[in-house]
Design a protein around this ligand. Sequence first.
Ligand SMILES: Cc1ncc(COP(=O)(O)O)c(C=O)c1O
Length: 394
Amino acid sequence: MLEHLSEQPKDKILALMAAYREDPRDTKVDLGVGVYKDASGNTPVMRAVKEAERRLVKEQTSKAYTGLAGDPAFSNAMIDLVLDDTVARNRIAAVATPGGTGAIRQALELIKLAAPKATVWLSDPTWPNHPSILKYLGMKTRSYRYFNNETRSVDYIGMLTDLAAVMPGDIVLLHGCCHNPTGANLTLPQWDGLIKLLQERSVTPFIDIAYQGFGDGLEKDAAATRKVAAAFDNVLIAASCSKNFGIYRERTGVLMAIAKNESVRDVAQQNLAFLNRQNFSFPPDHGARIVTTILTDPELRADWEAELEEVRLSMLDLRTQLAGELRRLSNSDRFDFLAEHRGMFSRLGTSPEKVEKLRADHGIYMVGDSRMNIAGLNADTIPVLAQAIIDAGI
Ligand SMILES: Cc1ncc(COP(=O)(O)O)c(C=O)c1O
C-alpha cells in the first residue's frame, strides 16, 4: 500500500529552516520561521505561562477527558478576549482546537457541511497553509488582490474590485490583524468599506486572528474582528493562542461560529463538537488551561499583558530602527513602509532572485516571497540587513 504514495510538496519555510541550520557562517541571520524571538534569539516561555503551569501542576487533580468542545471556561475567556461584548453570547458557538490551524481546518469542514458549493476567497498573498488546506479538502477557492508591490501597502481598490465578483453565500477569509505574510493592514475606515461591500453581496466573513496583541495592542488588534462580528448574521473566527501566549507547541486555539440566533447557534455548536469528534475527538487541554488561568486571574493577566506589550514594542522598535537605517543608507523614504507595517512580518516586495542573493552573499534567510520575520532581527543585525538590502539593489 505505502508504495503507492507520492511525495508531498515540501514546506518552504521548514526547508528554509533546515538550510539555515546547515549554513556554517556565524554572521547568518534567520528571518524565516514565524516565531517570536527576543534580542538574544530565544523564544521565551512567558512569565505568566510559567506561573499558570506551576499552579496547574499543583492544583490539577485529574486529567480525565474534558468535553468534545474543550473546557467552556476556555472558550468563554477567548470570546471575551477577541470579541469582548460585541455579540450576544447566545449567538456564539465555540470549540477548542489544536492551535489556530486546527480552528481553520474545523471552520473549513463546517463550511463543507453547511455550504458545500461555496467558494472561499483568499487574499493574494496569504498564509500558505490557507490554500494548502483548502486544496486538500477539495474546496473551491479564488483569490483577491491584497498587496501593492510598489507601495508595499494594501491594494484596497484592487481588493474591492476583485471582491465585487463574490457570489451570495461565498466565504471571504480575512486576517483580523497583522497580515501574514505582508504586514500591511486595512485602516478601520477601509474595514467599514469592505464590510459594506460584503454585506451587499451576502457573504460570510471568516476571520483568522493569529497575532492579537502583536500589532497595535490587544484591543486595537481586535477592533476589525469586532466590527465584522457586529455586522453580519454569520461569522467564523479562528483564533490562535500560539503567538500571543508564546505556547506554539501546546497547540491551543479556538473556533467561534457566530449564528443568527440561539437555536441556530445550538445546532452549530453540536456540529462543531461532531467535527472535533471525527477528527481528533477531544482537543488538547494543557495550553487551553494555561490560557484560561491567565485570562481569569487579574494578577496573571496583568503580567501577561505587560509582557506581551514588551514584545509588541520591541518589534515596533526593530521596525523603526530598520526603516531609519534604510532611510539613511538609501537617502530616500522608500523603506518607510517597514515602520508602517504591523505584526511579526513585513514583505520587502522584491524578487526571489534578490532574496536568494541576500542568502548567498550575506547569509540572510527570508522566505522566497521576501517575507521577513522582524523579530529575527536585533541591534547588531539591523545594520547588516540594511546594508545587504542596499547592496542587493532592492
Ligand atoms: C495567519 C496565520 N493563521 C494561523 C496560524 C496558525 O497558528 P497555530 O496553528 O500555530 O496556532 C498562523 C501561524 O503561523 C498564521 O500565521
